[in-house]
Design a protein around this ligand. Structure first.
Ligand code: GN1
Ligand code: MG
Length: 360
């Protein structure tokens, strides 16, 4: 494996060698490594069970990064720090390296002097993350969304996700439904959330924009010195969608008083100071672009996307852990319990979340 990784990484370098390779980060889908030679790089194996069209994924990323670069340059920024720089392969100049065993790889320049966070370290960090994701959407506001491939169709279609979940409960492939019956019951009670956003999208009440769709706080690189969110990473799911998915997912992942991996449910709750910071940051970052319907549904999106992740984790547990990487046997059930707890807490704070819009 070691030797193979060196060979793959060097496949992206016109000359020169890689000296060391080490695992990087804790993504649930792709595998990432830090490769060091003359410079530092991030080498990633694309999970082709999840991203069945890696060529389409990289086409999207290339188009989006080129557009972002132009914007960043026009703003006087540094595209080498604020946008991802993917390397073409030595063999054919494309952005994908297909290894002998059929695995699919890509590599981009490591951005130095940055920190990443698993949950927001302060409301200020939350504000800065939301600003970065908001700016990401703003910079892509004049990008023609029809040029993008839908890398995972219906990715945030919570209604369809609910149907898939119900099927997993019925089939009970791994024979675990009884063990998690309380979690299933909670999910059923919360299922009123499933059609909420999807319905508005179908009715055309929410505009379609180019969105990130995986706005976990660990997908922002923060400058080590200024603490500013300088670069948005993990662009695999950039697709036409509603802005609300991005807001919902950043609140879900970053405004939890703990993180989604915490098994101690007593620590799980929505921190309203962080929620306020995400709200302010996203409104500032999107620069007055959000419509009234979008603003009115921001709070709701946090509940919907948290519920969506809960049923995705629980559904995967019922299916025998075939989608998300797990590090312990009950990992997906524990993640689901964490997310369900968070939705229940958000329900209690829903009115306060809505009211906050008026005070910002
Ligand atoms: C996956 O691997 P990562 O952390 O980038 C997942 C997201 C989930 C997230 C939950 C393509 O993202 O949708 O929100 O796990 N990505 C995909 O931690 O399914
Ligand atoms: Mg991701």
């Amino acid at each position: 494996m070691e030797k193979k990784l060196f060979c793959i990484a060097e496949g992206f370098l016109p000359t020169g060698a890689i000296r060391s390779i080490a695992p990087l980060g804790i993504g649930n889908i792709n595998d990432s490594f830090l490769a060091e030679g003359e410079e530092k790089y991030v080498l990633q194996r694309i999970n082709t069970d999840v991203f069945t069209d890696p060529v389409g994924v990289m086409q999207n990323i290339q188009l989006v990064c080129a557009h972002l670069e132009e914007k960043i340059k026009a703003e006087g920024g540094n595209p080498w720090r604020e946008s991802l720089q993917f390397l073409p392969t030595r063999a054919d100049g494309t952005l994908l390296y297909i290894a002998e065993d059929g695995t699919v790889w890509r590599m981009y320049r490591f951005v130095d002097d940055v920190v990443t966070l698993q949950n927001a370290a302060s409301p200020d960090a939350a504000y800065k993350a939301a600003l970065a994701f908001g700016q990401f959407q703003s910079r892509l506001a004049d990008f023609d969304a029809t040029r993008l491939v839908e890398t995972i169709p219906d990715f945030h279609n919570t209604k369809k996700r609910w149907d898939v979940f119900c099927k997993a409960v019925d089939e009970d492939r791994a024979n675990r439904a009884l063990e998690v019956k309380d979690l299933i019951k909670t999910a059923e009670r919360l299922s009123y959330l499933a059609p909420a956003l999807t319905g508005l999208v179908e009715k055309g009440e929410l505009p379609v924009r180019v969105t990130h769709n995986d706005t976990k706080i660990n997908n922002v690189l923060f400058d080590k010195t200024t603490g500013n969110g300088i670069c948005v990473i993990d662009l695999d799911t950039v697709m036409p969608a509603t802005a609300l998915y991005d807001f919902g997912d950043m609140v879900r992942s970053g405004a939890n008083a703990t993180d989604e991996e915490d098994t101690d449910l007593s620590r799980v709750s929505l921190d309203m100071a962080y929620y306020a910071a995400f709200l302010r940051g996203f409104l500032d970052g999107t620069g007055g672009r959000l419509t009234r319907a979008e603003k009115e549904n921001l709070a709701q999106s946090a509940l919907v996307i948290t519920f969506e992740l809960a049923i995705r984790f629980l559904g995967d547990y019922l299916n025998g852990d075939v989608y998300f990487s797990i590090r312990t046997p009950r990992h997906n059930a524990q993640r689901a319990a964490n997310q369900l707890q968070l939705v229940c807490d958000m329900e209690k704070k829903y009115e306060a979340m809505q009211k906050m819009l008026d005070t910002i």
